[in-house]
Write a protein of this length. Sequence first.
Length: 202
Amino acid sequence: MARTTFVKAARKAQGKCRSCGAEIRVGDAYKWAHPRFKAKVVVCGKCQITPSMTSSSKMVAVWESVEAVNQAGDIRARADAIRALAETTREVSEEYQESADNQSEYFPNSEIAEQNEERAQNLEQWADELEEAAEEVDGIADELDELDSEKTNLEEEGEKDETTEERRTEIETRLEELEREIEDKQSEGEEAGEDIVGSSPE
């Protein structure tokens, strides 16, 4: 990975931030990196230079999809982003498998071919796990919608009998549990893909 340099105050305008698009003016803080064989990357002081900006690896598409998951807004968008990440991961897995097959054909017992074969298998497995996670997040979103609707109906009815109050408490408790489940699901996905996404394959 290219080394990132932080500049407290720009001596001259640096153009637009590669990440958020904000103008970097004289006096603004910014970060820059200049990877080999690629153009210089500049982002504002608030943004980060991500691996996808500096790498020419096959994994760039996966890194970009991971960033999209992290930036997804609501739960439905997060599920869609996870599903898109799974699809991208599977496509990159196929690229590594093709490379491994070609290398094995011309260079039997090649160590690089074995490494690419392993990467392909790990990516394929992670894609399966991501697809399952997307389905589970969709299910959580459905339950959240149902509970929100029921809670709204109870509030509109304005009834305050003991049974209604108990149901409201149950709904609020379940909503909190679902929010934690979503956080746990995302953490599981990050841990499962950490070794793959965090590496710099050739």
